[in-house]
Design a protein around this ligand. Sequence first.
Ligand SMILES: Nc1nc2c(ncn2[C@@H]2O[C@H](COP(=O)(O)OP(=O)(O)OP(=O)(O)O)[C@@H](O)[C@H]2O)c(=O)[nH]1
Length: 334
Amino acid sequence: MDRLVPVYVLTGFLGSGKTTLLNRILDEARTDGQKVAVLLNEVGDANVEGALLGKDVPMAEMLGGCICCTIRADLGMELAKLARDHRPDAIWIETTGIAQPLEVMDSVTEASLYEKLELKGVVAVADARHLLDRVRVGAGKTYRLMREQLTAASFVILNKADLVGAAELDELKRLIGGWNPSASLVVTVRAQLEPDLIYAGVRGAEPAAGRSRPACSPGCAHDHEHEHEHDADPGGQIGAGHEQVGVLTHYLSGPVDSAAFEQWVAGLPESVYRSKGIVTFRDTGSRFLFQYAYRESDFLKISPQGTVHDVLVLIGEQIPRDLLVRQLERLTDA
Ligand SMILES: Nc1nc2c(ncn2[C@@H]2O[C@H](COP(=O)(O)OP(=O)(O)OP(=O)(O)O)[C@@H](O)[C@H]2O)c(=O)[nH]1
C-alpha cells in the first residue's frame, strides 16, 4: 500500500508570519532532500508570495476566495491532485489569515476518505503585538477568530516577539496555555525555529477532536457561530463568515515614486489591515515585494523569474475601494 501523505494546516491571522514560517520549512526540506508540496490560499486574485517560494516546490494555488467557505469544495480536489501528481513527503496548506481552521480541517479529513492523505496537525502562528492589542479590547470578530485559530492548533508559534516586552510575552503565553493547554507553544522572532520541533510537536488531528463541528457542505443551514454563506461575491466581499472583510486587487499600470508610495502607505485607513504586492520604484528602477501588516510595512528587493506583474492586494473591512484605486492610479500616472 502507498504510504499516507501527511498534511499540515498552517493557520494564523493576516500578517502573523505564516509565509515566513513556510519559507523556513521549505528551506529545511531542501537541505534534507525532502519534497514538501504547498497548497496556497489567498483571498485576493494575485498570488504575490507564491511566485517567490521557488520553482522546485510543487504548488497548488487557490486564489480569489477563502478555502474555509467560498472555495471550500475545491480544497479536497486540489489536495488529492497534489498528492497523486507529486507523491510529496508532506503537504502544507497555508490558509488565508481569515480562515476558520475547523472548516479547513473538516475538508482535509473529507479528502482523506478518498485519497491517501492524513491530517497530521494544525500549526497556528500569532502576531504577539496584534494579539495582545486584541486581547486588551477582549471582543470583536478579529479577537474571536484569533482565539479560534489558536484553540484549534496542535502547535502554536507566538511570533513577532520583538514587538512586545517580556512581561507581555508571559501574559500571552499564559493566556494561550489557558485557551489550548494541549498545544506545544514556541516563541519566535521571524518564525525562527527548527521545523523538526513542529513535526515532533504536533500530535495528529486529535487536538481539535471534540471541539470540531460536523462538516458543512455548500448550502448548509447549520447555526454556526460565524455563519457561512458559501458563495463568492465578485464585488470583493469574501463570504458572510467574514462579514465585512473585503479584498481589493489592483494591477499597477507602471512604476511609482518610492517616496510618494511610502506616503500613500502611511495614509492608509485603519480599516485596511493587510496589504501585499509587487511594486517597481521608478526612482531606483528596482522591484520590491511590499508587505504591510498591522501598521508595519516592509520592502524586500526581488528579481522574480518569468512574468510577474506589479500588483497590490489590500484586505480590510469596508475598505474605500474607489478612493484607493484613484489614489493608486494617480501614483502610477505621476
Ligand atoms: N517585526 C517582525 N516582523 C515580522 C516577523 N515575522 C514576520 N514579519 C513580517 O511580517 C509581515 C507579514 O509576514 P508573512 O509571513 O507574510 O505573514 P502571513 O501570515 O503569511 O500573511 P498573510 O498570508 O497575509 O496572512 C512581513 O513583512 C514579514 O517580514 C517578526 O517576528 N517580527
